[in-house]
Design a protein around this ligand. Structure first.
Ligand code: BES
Ligand code: MN
Ligand code: ZN
Length: 499
């Protein structure tokens, strides 16, 4: 089990207990922040002495733990913030992370974080609190469920008190609530992503949706293979037909808003393992294709956050879930199938399966008369080439919708970059044997994948997030990131405000 820290907010200059720690920032070069300067006055110049002697220069990423500081109980942790002029969102989040990591290496059971009082551009106290909470959770997240024995001792830290100015008022409490909800949603998304593909099957995703429904009073529906056949979801089924795992089409409805308010639909790609099918992927790193359900996981994580906050909005989460496996029943390159929309698709590459499950889901959501639809998918390797691991690709059939998503992404520090969706790219999907093909060749692979989806989303405002580069990390830190739960939750928080 991951160790849990309790978060609270306090104004003024709170003191810790004997086994606590006060945390304050130092700018480069050797400049105490306002909170550090206040501690310094109480300590009769002890901190300015430390800084003057050069033991804490203020470089970002550095920390210095002090014991026996006069007129403080417990410890003081100084955190380098870098140059004050360069101190923005990224530096703030990194300073909080450095503080949490340093605290975890101490025996302190409680800490008072004064970093939350630092000016971060125009961000308000609610923003600073929310981000401190999510960053702290990110530092403390461990996936240990599959280990047979626990590794090493847990950090002692139990309580984290976030210090704010008195003027912060109610906003700070709202920030704390959103930060916690987003962190819990991200943790769920990470857990589901990190689970091995023999455990996190389509059935497991359906069970998770059922649990959320029970806990947060949502309505859950799980369509089985036969239901999908009856409806005519043949592109989805063409992906599922090589797998021994039964596919599941999951819908989760949350109604927190007025009855007449149209819902926002979130559609998440739920490929619980992507071998490529008959167009088999190469061996190296194929294990990472267990993360091909991270879009679905972000939908469940966001539904959890929304449920926890009791947001006054209506949201439908939709997850087409299946494996993509080769085998005697699997789809062949060249097969032509009919989508739920009635349009026919020539499947030239069975590894372009995400769009095949999404297109039927995107047609299905028409029945909710959605105010807006966002799909989230680890859709293309090409998007990773285009944007790397920093920004998700954003595509939209409406500029106002794109701007709304960008604004939410910036506020959530869960960034996206708006990519083109011009009709000129549609030509690449031409097929001699069906209405169009499921691949558009090498050039602009992320764009042609979005263009494929755009053929199914003409009836509503729609945005597509290609999260192939940001949903998980490879290498030593291999693991799901929980993105884009922060962005999706912020989008819904903003919609709830607008009413
Ligand atoms: N799930 C993959 C996309 C992917 C690949 C994400 C690598 C992250 C890392 C997707 O189903 C896929 O295989 N896409 C193909 C599409 C191609 C066949 C047109 C790709 O990107 O290679
Ligand atoms: Mn694939
Ligand atoms: Zn895939």
């Amino acid at each position: 089990m991951e160790h849990t820290v309790e978060f609270s907010i306090k104004s003024g200059i709170p003191q810790t207990g004997r086994n606590g720690c006060l945390v304050a920032g130092v700018f480069e070069p050797r400049k105490l922040s306002t909170a550090a300067a206040a501690l310094d006055r109480a300590a009769k110049g002890y901190l300015s002495g430390v800084v003057r002697r050069g033991d804490m220069q203020g470089k970002s990423g550095t920390t210095l733990l002090l014991h026996g500081v006069p007129n403080t109980t417990g410890r003081v942790l100084l955190v380098g913030l870098g140059r004050e002029n360069d101190f923005r969102e990224k530096q703030y989040r990194e300073a909080v992370a450095a503080a949490i990591r340093a605290l975890n290496a101490t025996g302190a059971d409680e800490a008072i974080l004064h970093l939350t009082k630092l000016a971060v551009g125009r961000r308000d106290a609610a923003w600073r609190i929310a981000h401190a909470v999510t960053v702290a959770h990110e530092c403390n997240y461990r996936f240990t469920r599959m280990k047979s024995k626990s590794e090493g001792a847990e950090p002692a830290l139990r309580r984290l008190i976030l210090s704010v100015d008195r003027a912060a008022g109610k906003g700070a409490a709202a920030g704390l609530a959103q930060g916690l909800a987003v962190a819990h949603g991200m943790n769920l998304a990470k857990d589901l992503g990190n689970l091995p593909p023999n455990v996190c099957t389509p059935s497991h995703l359906a069970d998770q949706a059922r649990e959320l429904a029970k806990r947060y009073r949502m309505k859950v529906t799980v369509l089985e293979r036969a239901d999908m056949e009856r409806l005519g979801m043949h592109t989805l089924l063409s992906v599922a037909q090589g797998s021994a795992q039964p596919p599941k089409f999951i819908t989760l409805e949350y109604r927190g808003g007025p009855r007449k308010m149209k819902p926002v639909a979130l559609v998440g790609k739920g490929i619980t393992f992507d071998t490529g099918g008959i167009s088999l992927k190469p061996g190296p790193e194929m294990d990472e294709m267990k993360f091909d359900m991270c879009g679905a996981a972000s939908v469940l994580g966001t539904m959890k956050a929304v449920g926890e906050m009791r947001l006054p909005v209506n949201v439908v989460g939709v997850i087409p879930a299946t494996e993509n496996m080769p085998g005697g029943r699997a789809t062949r390159p060249g097969d032509v199938v009919k989508s739920l929309s009635g349009q026919t698709v020539e499947i030239l590459n069975t590894d372009a399966e995400g769009r095949l499950v999404l297109c039927d889901a995107l047609t299905y959501v028409e029945r909710y008369k959605p105010a807006a639809v966002i799909d989230i998918a680890t859709l293309t390797g090409a998007c990773v080439i285009a944007l790397g691991h920093v920004a998700a690709g954003l595509f939209a059939n409406d500029d106002a919708m794109a701007r709304e998503v960008v604004a939410a992404a910036d506020a959530a520090y869960d960034r996206v970059w708006h990519m083109p969706l011009w009709d000129d790219y549609q030509e690449q999907l031409k097929s001699n044997f069906a209405d169009f093909a499921n691949i558009g060749g090498r050039p602009a692979g992320a764009v042609t994948a979005a263009c494929f989806l755009a053929r199914f989303t003409k009836k509503y405002q729609w945005a597509h997030l290609d999260v192939a580069g940001v949903a998980w990390k490879s290498g030593k830190e291999k693991g799901a990131t929980g993105r884009p739960v922060p962005l999706l939750t912020q989008f819904l928080v903003n919609r709830a405000r607008k009413g």
